[in-house]
Design a protein around this ligand. Sequence first.
Ligand code: SF4
Length: 100
Amino acid sequence: MEQQVCQKFCKSYKPGKTERKKCGSYEFLRANLTKMELKRASDAAPAKPDLSSDDTISRMVCSECGFLDEHCKYRQGIDPTPCGGYSIVSHLLKNSNSNA
Ligand code: SF4
């Protein structure tokens, strides 16, 4: 899972460094997707995250993230790029909205 989420999408990912705490998007994907669903989503998600569902992701995912208060430079407005799992969550939301 780390390979499909962090290694593929997170620019902060450092090979060999195992973070004990994962970001909210990683935990959200782990809790809601099967391994096969995650693989399909990871394969299909674009490298550049779609920010059009940002309010929804903020409420559903970031609000539960342990990095929100101190470490997330995206939510602090310092970095324009969110964490790696965000790309997959935004891809899934975009697809679910277009299928509705
Ligand atoms: S964008 Fe920031 S606050 Fe939201 S899940 Fe990712 S690391 Fe956490």
